[in-house]
Design a binder for this molecule. Structure first.
Ligand code: ARG
Length: 508
């Protein structure tokens, strides 16, 4: 008995000892790796050739090679993380990344929230138009014109200052340029080196740069405010600038000798204090921007109502067609439903808004889309497919005795469908229709990608302006929640009002 107990204790000790050894081993291995080289997570928005982009799945560009050279010179490792440009400053504020490299212009406003390395690239904003455009020649002639920009960039800020201009914001620069090529806007404002590269090597021959540079800017690598890594990055950058690697990388990408770079930008010292924070500032900011959010909510509601109406009419017809006796018609309806239910709505939106005009252009004619029309089209084509299936199931759930009875009373099959089957089926399909409506209300946020300023896009624009990600995405979520709660309330009332049993009870 005691012997057995002893051996049990021994084997327990052995397991415990081995586990400790293993844990210690892992820790010390980790420690030694860290001791040798620090690893920094650096975010990049790889959509901006020649600075950061992907080629055959590999990250490359001037910024990437420069950061790799800096890392080698300063002795740290880099882990790149892909991130949309407009999310970088909030991510730095939240300390979810160690640094960001994405041709980020050092601005006074940004320097209040994040820290910047010494400048590493001299740049400026340029105006791009289609080659056949003669009336835009400089910044003044952008007055009352439609301009496409990337959200959250210095170009977006500059374009806003053109009097009467209508600004359309896109998630990345290639989409903004595509928008110009498709003829939906008159001009694009963007970093000059990016546009030059796009025109030269990206098959965008239909575009040209006009006028002088609108600004003079410098790019910097940004880190969270006063991050200890900033020193390391600056040391590496200074080394790379001195030892000739910078010139080599610059020549490789721009085929020219690099210009002189300042060591610091003048406002750097003045703005070392971080931007004001605190609950009161947050609340007052939310109040300040709330009307903007409400404008977005209104667009969201209109989008949902219009697309919902089209979806309901189209879906009901398609649902009936889906039950047709004629096989090819039935199959065509089935193919439509399968396509729109089986492909992501985001892809459908891109196909409609960017794909169709691009295809038309290749076929030799110009065709442009209004963003609202494109958004309604994408949303309603999609909901037609879902509602058709809901309607079909509703119709099939009505007992066959009903149509037999109607027909024996002398009603035609169309009359039977319209006055007997459909009204009963409609009552049954109200709950799933309510679900579909709520899903569509939330799906409207996807059309932000084509620059339509609905609720979510308004939120993104506000965050791009004041970098208060939590406050404004939370506010956006609350407004969506209010809209969906109100809609589900409206649907349950409609359900009650259409339920004959409940109506009778209410009367009694
Ligand atoms: N330099 C501009 C800015 O800082 C645009 C940078 C956009 N970068 C990008 N990777 N998309 O506002």
């Amino acid at each position: 008995m005691t012997c057995q107990k002893n051996s049990d204790i021994k084997s327990l000790c052995l397991v415990f000892g081995l586990t400790c050894l293993l844990l210690f081993g892992i820790c010390s291995l980790n420690g030694s790796v860290r001791g040798v080289q620090k690893s920094l997570t650096i975010a990049t928005d790889a959509t901006l050739a020649p600075f950061e982009f992907q080629s055959v799945g590999k990250l490359q560009g001037f910024d990437i090679e420069l950061v790799n050279a800096i890392a080698a010179a300063a002795g740290f490792q880099v882990k790149y993380e892909s991130m949309p440009f407009s999310g970088m400053i909030p991510a730095l504020q939240a300390h979810s990344i160690d640094a960001a490299v994405s041709s980020i212009t050092i601005t006074e406003e940004r320097a209040k929230t994040v820290s910047f390395s010494r400048p590493y690239f001299k740049s400026g904003l340029a105006i791009v138009v289609r080659v056949d455009n003669q009336d835009i020649t400089n910044f003044e002639s952008l007055k009352n014109k439609k301009i496409a920009v990337q959200i959250g960039t210095t170009a977006a800020d500059k374009a806003k200052t053109a009097p009467g201009a209508v600004i359309r914001t896109f998630d990345d620069t290639p989409i903004a340029l595509q928008e110009l090529l498709n003829g939906n806007v008159d001009a694009v404002v963007n970093d000059q080196a990016v546009v030059l590269y796009a025109i030269k090597s990206r098959n965008l021959q239909g575009l040209k740069i006009v006028g002088q540079l609108l600004t003079q800017e410098y790019y910097g690598i940004s880190t969270p405010k006063n991050s200890p890594n900033l020193n390391l990055i600056n040391k590496g950058l200074t080394k790379v600038l001195k030892n000739g690697s910078y010139t080599q990388i610059y020549k490789k990408w721009f085929n020219a000798a690099p210009p002189e770079l300042p060591e610091k930008l003048s406002f750097h010292k003045e703005n070392t204090q971080s931007s004001s924070s605190g609950i009161f500032t947050s609340i007052s900011l939310i109040f300040k921007y709330f009307p903007m959010l409400l404008q977005g909510a209104l667009i969201t509601l209109i989008l949902t109502a219009v697309s919902g109406m089209i979806g309901l009419i189209g879906g009901s017809l398609l649902g009936i067609v889906r039950l047709s006796q004629i096989t090819p018609i039935r199959w065509a309806a089935r193919a439509y439903i399968d396509f729109f239910r089986g492909t992501p709505m985001l892809v459908q939106i891109f196909m409609i808004y960017f794909g169709i005009p691009a295809l038309a252009q290749e076929l030799g004619f110009t065709f442009t889309f209004d963003r609202f029309v494109a958004a309604v089209m994408a949303l309603s084509l999609n909901s037609v497919a879902y509602i058709a299936e809901i309607v079909r199931a509703g119709i099939q759930s009505i007992e066959s005795g009903q149509s037999e009875a109607a027909q024996s009373l002398g009603l035609s099959s169309v009359q039977t469908m319209l006055s007997v089957i459909f009204p009963q089926a409609f009552r049954r399909i109200l709950p799933p229709l309510g679900n579909e409506f709520i899903a569509m209300l939330k799906n409207t946020s996807l059309v932000a990608v084509i620059g339509l300023e609905e609720l979510f896009r308004k939120g993104q624009l506000i965050v791009a302006e004041n970098y208060r990600a939590f406050e404004f995405y939370a506010s956006v979520a609350v407004v969506y929640l209010c809209l969906t709660l109100l809609s589900s309330q409206a649907f349950s009332r409609l359900e009650t009002s259409m339920n004959p049993l409940k109506q009778r009870k209410a009367k009694v």
